[in-house]
Design a protein around this ligand. Structure first.
Ligand code: AMP
Ligand code: MG
Length: 508
């Protein structure tokens, strides 16, 4: 592992607010053998400008957000100027796409600049910084290496929104844009999104070496990931089995968090699954609105492989694909199976916890499973808005059903709602639930604000006219998803009629 190479600190600089040239950048991944990547420079973006920056993401690496307005910042994060200590590279990986082995993929439009200190973050206490949309690489295949402004804003806002919701995710530092256009369904302007994660290694990074029969490289990668991100597994009797089990557990818990908030990833291919169990590669994602478990958020996913209700089992399938790839290191099929068996319990326990907190229940009773099932049936029968329903549920008062009107009004099937509410009230009485305390607790886990497609679209439409204020405003709202924010009430509204025309696809 390379030691971090430091630039001399400026006198008086505090770690809470360093400037760009004080970032100590290393590239630990570049310490792996050359077959893991291709060293290359980003392709400059003509006349770049800042579209958006996240102060809370900057804080993770101690960067003063005042840096956002400097020309150096825009130059660096558009890929036009490369930090002198950065050793940029594009990594190779493969993957299963829509259940089919797709062979070699790789960073076709992402370039890893290196990793920087992120004090207080989990092991390795560093974050890798990656530019997405910074030009072609040897892994671009037919692609142009670019990302459009639309998808870059979506990834930026969703990464930061998910972090604020408490869901493990890669982070987004900023988006830079350019008037340079590329062709998608129509010509669109391009952008570069800067992402951060402790590691961008994917399930597909491991599958790559397994399917190429390069078990030495497989071991090198697994050792690298364990050493940096899972140091506590180093001394396990079988560290590779422990790795698989921990990734499986984290993935199961992450997907439970997705389900509980109504998040749909859209493209859960193994090349989009993080070895850290964090949400990665935001493309045609969506947040559930009118509740329908079969909802497919990705227009390209005609078969519904990645529909909302499919996400847990697909995540499990993906863990199996990882288990297959790690088999040569783990040794025994039984040991692989044992590690993978962590999925079911981890998912159920997490989901059970989340549903109890979403409903403001303290005790765990056997009958609660039926209560939860009944809840989702009621929500489905009435196609209620997922976010609004849970948020309004917090206002329910045990002894005053007449106060339920705003919640009940969301349901077409009033009788269905009444029947369920009767059970819920009885359950709350059973544990002497206090209305005020429960309301506060429930508001702390059931967000009022999520990144609805139409909200993102309004911000994108304005950004395409060079007005980035709506992107900044939306970010500020989504950074506090559990706060009432009465001044921003409109952002909690149901989608307008025009939003039914919105389609998100793999085009990005
Ligand atoms: P995704 O569906 O975005 O996860 O991408 C799947 C693969 O296609 C990855 O290897 C990407 O790097 C690559 N890719 C997607 N879009 C482009 C593009 N415009 N240029 C080059 N490669 C791309
Ligand atoms: Mg991807």
């Amino acid at each position: 592992m390379n030691a971090p190479i430091g630039l001399p600190k400026r006198p008086g600089a505090s770690t809470a607010g360093i400037t760009l040239d004080q970032l100590e950048i290393d590239n630990t991944f570049a310490g792996l053998p050359p077959k893991f990547y291709t060293r290359l420079q980003p392709t400059p973006l003509p006349h770049p400008y800042l579209v958006a920056g996240s102060a809370s993401a900057a804080a993770l690496i101690g960067l003063d957000p005042a840096a956002f307005s400097s020309p150096e910042f825009v130059e660096t994060f558009s890929g036009n100027a490369v930090h002198p200590l950065s050793r940029p590279l594009a990594a190779v990986y493969s993957g299963h796409q829509f259940g089919v082995w797709a062979g070699q993929l790789g960073d076709g439009r992402a370039i890893l600049l290196g990793d920087v200190a992120a004090p207080g973050q989990p092991a390795p206490g560093r974050l890798e910084i990656q530019l997405k949309g910074s030009g072609q690489t040897p892994y671009s295949r037919m692609g142009d290496g670019r990302a459009v402004l639309r998808s870059s804003i979506r990834e930026f806002l969703c990464s930061e929104a998910m972090a604020a919701l408490g869901i493990p995710t890669s982070r987004a530092l900023c988006v830079t844009g350019s008037d340079y256009q590329v062709m998608r369904e129509a010509p669109e302007t391009t952008a570069v999104a800067t992402r951060m994660a402790p590691s961008f290694a994917r399930f597909g990074s491991f599958e790559h070496w397994y399917y190429n029969g390069e078990h030495d490289a497989l071991k090198t990668l697994a050792d690298h990931v364990i050493e940096r991100c899972y140091p506590e597994l180093r001394d396990a009797p079988n560290p590779y089995q422990a790795l698989l089990q921990e990734v499986t557990r984290r993935t199961a818990q992450m997907v439970a968090q997705w389900q509980a908030i109504g998040f749909m990833h859209g493209v859960m291919n193994t090349d989009n699954m993080s070895i850290l169990g964090i949400t990665l590669d935001y493309g045609p994602f969506g947040f559930m609105e009118a509740f329908n478990p079969a909802h497919i958020c990705n227009h390209t996913d005609q078969q519904g492989r990645y529909a909302y209700a499919m996400q847990p089992q697909v995540a499990h399938w993906n863990c199996h694909a990882l288990g297959q790839a790690l088999l040569p290191l783990i040794g025994e099929v039984d040991a692989v199976q044992a590690a993978l068996s962590a999925f079911g319990p981890a998912y159920s326990e997490k989901m059970d916890d989340l549903l109890h907190t979403k409903l403001g229940l303290s005790a765990r009773l056997e009958q609660d499973t039926a209560l939860f099932e009944g809840l989702f049936q009621t929500m489905q029968a009435s196609h209620v808005d997922f976010t609004q329903f849970f948020r309004r549920l917090a206002d329910l008062q045990v002894e005053r059903p007449e106060a339920d009107a705003p919640l009940r009004d969301l349901c077409i099937d009033r009788a269905g709602f009444d029947a369920w509410a009767l059970q819920y009230r009885a359950r709350l009485k059973q544990e002497n639930s206090d209305d005020r305390g429960r309301c506060l607790a429930m508001r702390g886990v059931n967000p009022k604000y999520v990144l609805r497609n139409y909200l993102a679209q309004v911000a994108i439409d304005k950004a395409q006219q060079k007005d980035f204020s709506e992107t900044a405003k939306l970010l500020s709202i989504l950074e506090r998803p559990f706060d009432e924010q009465p001044e921003n009430e409109a952002y909690a509204a149901l989608p307008p009629d025009w939003a039914s025309e919105l389609e998100v696809s793999c085009s990005s």
